[in-house]
Design a protein around this ligand. Structure first.
Ligand code: FBP
Length: 512
């Protein structure tokens, strides 16, 4: 059974960019602009286009609303090209392709998932691709299924997989193109061409609805401080966007905390001072946003995590005492500064890419508890919330539906125009849709090296909140008034009514 809204959303038709209309070659040509491949209206000799055999699509990493529409875009692009390519989906992320666990993406299947949230059409996973055996296995699976194009729909780690896989194929002369598609609710895979990752708009609107509701409860009940942690593994883009949308009293921005070298104690003092001032003004309630990734940006805790990563990488199964004995004195002190109930959360196993699973670290509770200790005021009472997984799979906004559908076309066109090792983009999305531009950039132009699991690895660098950028500056210039008086905004649920212009994120508007 499907809900009424599901039925209605199936009927939404995303607008297709002009450049992707008609048969490929009839209406589009590629040109190079400042290191990027770009499409514009024009004609291309069809004989110069790649002969695409079969295709594999991979949904990779955390889900993000709009992923299914990327696949719908690829599917429809194949139909428009009057191609006989079969599209296979890799089951449960990159691991499916390594193991040959594939599912055919048919018209019936895509038609069930148009404008639909989640990644459940194929499932997703975080398998790290960096071993020769994995790549050799993929080459065999591709040969068996006659696949010569792989689309990786993912975030920084997944597109790092795509870059490394492409390098391997090129070094072995394997004729398989790899194209990435920028996804992640975290919004941290961006640059001058990739202005936004898909899923960010839908997730921040879903979180903002709830934050607005909690703000209203705070202002109604007038007795609690609400500490709300919002997802975002590393960067604070989600917290900043929600802060601009809902105007809570306090929002912590991890990048600023790092720049100011703040530790847990100074963060607690900053919040406690605001609580005291509000109490003097007769306000005993408030709302504080905490970005999920904060823990890795707190000066002494970051050093502690780095040490823990190295210790845990080589010594699974050690007791807490043994681990602590291997820490430097400074890190032992930082570990002790975390309320004991939450210390084990830093010792939990790392993800396949060597990341601490910050979604399991209850930083909102750690901070709330520290503030309580600092205030020592019986009037201070708090509630905590984690807005995480519920933001990743909801119905995509009209913006995300349209953006992803075009990303699907763009990815297919890049492969068709003989690109490999590229990530697609649609830019100028703050403008009217007829101004949107499509293209791709080499994945390798985004690669750097980072310490993961104690080993130096190639990775795509995360784009953090720019403290000199307009979104942060706007927040900074308003935060004192947000703190001392209530200027809550209640955005309410996502609206799906058709609009001439998309209601894009405030941070994106300010950056455009
Ligand atoms: P991606 O970067 O893969 O899109 O994932 C983002 C994210 O939703 C983070 O916000 C969160 O910390 C993480 O995934 C949670 O991962 P998991 O699903 O493995 O618990």
């Amino acid at each position: 059974m499907i809900s009424n809204l599901e039925k209605e959303r199936l009927g939404y038709t995303p607008i297709l960019l002009d450049v992707f209309k008609g048969q490929p070659g009839d209406n589009a040509e590629m040109f190079e602009l400042m290191g990027a491949a770009r499409f514009r209206n024009g004609k291309t000799d069809k004989k110069t286009l790649r002969s695409i055999k079969n295709i594999c699509v991979i949904l990779s990493g955390g889900p993000a609303s709009g992923g299914h529409n990327v696949i719908c875009g690829i599917f429809d692009a194949v139909q428009k090209a009057k191609s006989e390519s079969v599209i296979y989906g890799s089951i449960a992320g990159p691991g499916g392709l390594v193991e040959g666990n594939l599912k055919q993406v048919t018209a019936n299947l895509v038609n069930k998932y148009r404008n639909h949230g989640g990644f459940d059409m194929l499932g997703t996973g975080r398998t790290k691709l960096d071993k020769e055996e994995q790549f050799e296995s993929i080459i065999k699976v591709c040969a068996k299924k006659d696949i010569n194009v792989i689309f990786v729909i993912g975030g920084d780690d997944s597109n790092t997989n795509a870059a490394i896989m492409d390098d391997y194929f090129k070094s072995k002369g394997a004729d398989i193109s790899v194209i990435g598609v920028p996804k992640t609710i975290d919004g941290d895979l961006k640059n001058k061409n990739i202005e936004i990752t898909f899923g960010f708009d839908s997730a921040t609107k879903m979180y903002s609805e709830t934050i607005g509701n909690i703000e209203n409860d705070a202002a109604s009940s007038r007795k609690y401080y609400h500490f709300i942690r919002v997802m975002g593994r590393s960067a604070s883009h989600i917290a900043l966007e929600c802060a601009l949308q809902c105007q809570p009293n306090i929002t912590l921005i991890s990048e600023e905390i790092k720049a100011k070298k703040m530790n847990l104690d100074s963060i607690a003092k900053y919040i406690a001072d605001i609580v005291k001032k509000r109490k003097e003004a007769g306000l005993k309630h408030g709302v504080c946003l905490v970005p999920e990734g904060i823990i890795e940006f707190i000066d002494d805790i970051n050093a502690l995590i780095k040490e823990l990563n190295t210790i845990l990488a080589g010594n699974a199964g050690m007791s807490k005492e043994e681990i602590c004995s291997k820490l430097t004195a400074k890190s032992q002190k930082a570990f002790a500064s975390i309320p004991e109930t939450y210390q084990d959360q830093l010792l939990s196993k790392r993800d396949p890419h060597g990341n601490v699973q910050v979604s399991s670290v209850e930083s909102e509770k750690i901070i709330a508890e520290k503030v309580k200790q600092k205030l020592n005021d019986p009037d201070f009472d708090y509630q905590t919330h984690f807005l995480g997984y519920e933001g990743r799979c909801g119905f995509p906004t009209n913006f995300d539906c349209t953006y992803t559908y075009n990303l699907g076309f763009c990815a297919y066109y890049l492969a068709l125009f003989n690109k490999s090792g590229y990530i697609c983009f649609i830019k100028d999305v703050g403008e009217k849709i007829k101004e949107w531009k499509a293209g791709g950039i080499p994945l390798n132009s985004m690669i750097t090296t980072e310490n993961r699991n104690g080993v130096k690895k190639k990775v795509i660098e995360k784009a953090l909140v720019d403290l000199e950028g307009k979104p942060f500056k706007k927040f900074e210039s308003n935060r004192e008034s947000f703190a001392l008086s209530d200027q809550y905004v209640y955005p309410g649920p996502i609206q799906f009514t058709d609009v001439k212009e998309f209601n894009i994120p405030i941070t994106l508007k300010l950056e455009s």
